[in-house]
Every structure is written in structure tokens, then in C-alpha cells.
Design a protein around this ligand. Structure first.
Ligand code: 0X9
Ligand code: ZN
Length: 319
């Protein structure tokens, strides 16, 4: 396995579109949801079944909010690949494609992702976007896109978000101040009525999180349903020796407002909205958990795909 750069990722998606006609049971639509601050397109893919064209719920999957979490775009690309090319060999994949339509956005934050591939000092561990208009001294870049969504934005600024443009979790001057979060919001909104599930991939720590993230003293309705569906993922992953913690974002990890899954649940009204922290579970030296060696990626994304399939099958039957 090799991590794809941003241009390689765009190329992969274009080729996917061209290969679509041959021998798969998937229809592929490919486009851009808009441009980033530095003017890069943000590709998305819509995958539907060629065999079953009855109306279905849509599963929305994204990744690459935080630049350094390379395993996240890799995971979304794996899912795209499996949905398009594995339907003929794998019964579960084919069933999934007959149950749901899929919208996938592998890199929500193209500028940040590109920056992590440069040789600038500390670039590999960059988290935010690359906007450079909020620091009066013009030295600090970027907004934490997972603090910039407009549900209870900055409701709990003490924990997890910051109004300082130099902070790694800077939430922006106002909700949806950034083109990247606007682009994703608009794609979500234009599919509002069809959305059945939302999964946003991050790393790391092996958490499978549901709302709320903005405070740890508010309960979510239907918590048992969210847990039951998530446990299909958890059980499958445990059988493959990855132990995941299932819980609310704020209580299990930390409170932080402006995250995408809070918005999808709270503002769009999608009941099953999750944020997943992929492996590793613990800090790995010397770079922390964000730098997963290429030699480990294939096993992780293959195993995780099994968990995602179990999750979505349960979601379908349970919903
Ligand atoms: O802080 C985040 O945005 C996510 N963790 S990460 O290490 N990938 O940056 C967690 C988002 C889940 N939401 C909350 N904890 N509120
Ligand atoms: Zn993240």
C-alpha cells in the first residue's frame, strides 16, 4: 500500500469514473463540491446500484477533515474501491449497494492534506485548513474544520475549541466561515431528505462516537439505538483484534463544539451520525498516532471495511 497524494487521489477517482462501464454493478458519479481556500477542487463520488434503482436511503461518508490523519482518506478510498469493484465477488457488498446509495468525500480539507505532503517544518502533523486571513500578524494559518460546523458552534469554547487563530483547534470567526465546511454542508443539505447515515473518519484512538460532542451534560435521544448499530462495528472489529470504545463524543473523548456529526444529527436530523477514530489505539513513537506506516495500512482498511459493512447492514435492518 502507498498513501495517495491529493493529485493521485483525484486521478484515481477520475479513472474510477472511466472504468465504471466495465463489469461492475455500480454506477459512479464524480464531481467537485467546490473549491478550497487555496482553490483546489474537493472531489466527491456518488455510487449507486446498477441493478436496483428503487429509491433508497443515502449513506454519507467523509474523511480528511484533519490533514495529518492520512489513514482517514485512505479508508474512504478503500470503501469507494470496494463498493465499485467488489460487488461481484462479495455478497454483503452487493446487498449493501442494493440497500443504500452512497456519497463519499475522501478529502474534506484538500489544502491541509497537500500541505502535509510538503517538506516544510512540522508539515506532516498539520491539522487545520490553510486559510490565512484571521491572524492580525499574518503568521498563523488554518481553521479546524471540525470546529466550524453550525450546530451549537462555540457553545462550549473552553473545551476543545479556540477563538485564537494560532491555536490548532481554532474554530473560525463564525460557523461555516470556511469554504471547505460550506462545501460539505451544501452537499449534505442537497441530499438532506435521503440521508440515512453519516460516518466521518478521523484518527486516532479507536473510538466509535455518536453525538453529542458539544457538551458532556446533554443526553442524546435514541442513545440505545445508536449504540446497538455501532456495536455491529465494534463486535466485528473485536473479532479482528481491534478494541473500539463506543460512546458519545463529549463523554468518551472530550467536549468540542462545531463538529460535523453534531451538525448532521442536530441541524440536518440524521439519527445515525458517527465520528470514527481509526487505529492505532495508543500513541506510537516518534510521531504519535497520526503517522501510520504504509506497511500497516492495508490490514487496517481491509479489517475496517468488514466493520463498516456490519454496521451498515445492521443499520438497514434496524432502521
Ligand atoms: O477533535 C476532533 O475533532 C476529533 N478528534 S481528532 O483527534 N481526530 O481531532 C473528535 C471529534 C469528536 N467530537 C468531539 N469529541 N466533540
Ligand atoms: Zn480528526
Amino acid at each position: 500500500y502507498r498513501y495517495l497524494s491529493y493529485p493521485e487521489m483525484v486521478q484515481f477517482l477520475k479513472e474510477l469514473k472511466e472504468l465504471e462501464s466495465s463489469a461492475t454493478s455500480a454506477n459512479v458519479q464524480f464531481g467537485s463540491i467546490g473549491q478550497s481556500f487555496e482553490g483546489r477542487d474537493t472531489p466527491y463520488v456518488k455510487i449507486t446500484s446498477k441493478r436496483e434503482d428503487t429509491p433508497k436511503g443515502t449513506i454519507f461518508i467523509d474523511g480528511g477533515f484533519h490533514s495529518r490523519e492520512w489513514i482517514s482518506p485512505a479508508m474512504v478510498v478503500e470503501i469507494i474501491h470496494r463498493l465499485v469493484f467488489n460487488t461481484d465477488q462479495d455478497d454483503d457488498t452487493r446487498r449493501l449497494l442494493d440497500m443504500f446509495d452512497f456519497i463519499l468525500v475522501p478529502i474534506v480539507n484538500p489544502d491541509g492534506y497537500v500541505f502535509t505532503f510538503t517538506s516544510e517544518y512540522d508539515a506532516r502533523l498539520w491539522r487545520k485548513s490553510r486559510t490565512n486571513k484571521y491572524d492580525p500578524n499574518n503568521r498563523c494559518y488554518g481553521v479546524d474544520l471540525n470546529r466550524n460546523f453550525g450546530y451549537m458552534w462555540n457553545d462550549n469554547p473552553v473545551f476543545g475549541g479556540s477563538s485564537d487563530a494560532c491555536n490548532p483547534s481554532f474554530s473560525g470567526p463564525h460557523p461555516f466561515s470556511e469554504p471547505e465546511s460550506q462545501n460539505l454542508r451544501d452537499l449534505l443539505l442537497s441530499n438532506k431528505d435521503a440521508l440515512t447515515g453519516y460516518v466521518s473518519f478521523h484518527s486516532y484512538g479507536q473510538y466509535f462516537l455518536y453525538p453529542w460532542g458539544y457538551r458532556d451534560d446533554v443526553e442524546i435521544e435514541d442513545e440505545q439505538d445508536l449504540i446497538y448499530v455501532a456495536s455491529a462495528f465494534q463486535d466485528t472489529m473485536l473479532r479482528k483484534n481491534y478494541s473500539y470504545l463506543v460512546g458519545s463524543s463529549a463523554k468518551s473523548l472530550y467536549p468540542a463544539a462545531g463538529g460535523s456529526s453534531d451538525y448532521v444529527r442536530g441541524a440536518i436530523g440524521v439519527k445515525f451520525a458517527y465520528t470514527v477514530e481509526l487505529p492505532p489505539k495508543d500513541v506510537v513513537m516518534p510521531y504519535g498516532g497520526f503517522v501510520v506506516p504504509e506497511s500497516e495500512v492495508e490490514a487496517i482498511v481491509t479489517d475496517t471495511w468488514a466493520g463498516v459493512k456490519a454496521l451498515l447492514l445492521r443499520l438497514f435492518y434496524y432502521n
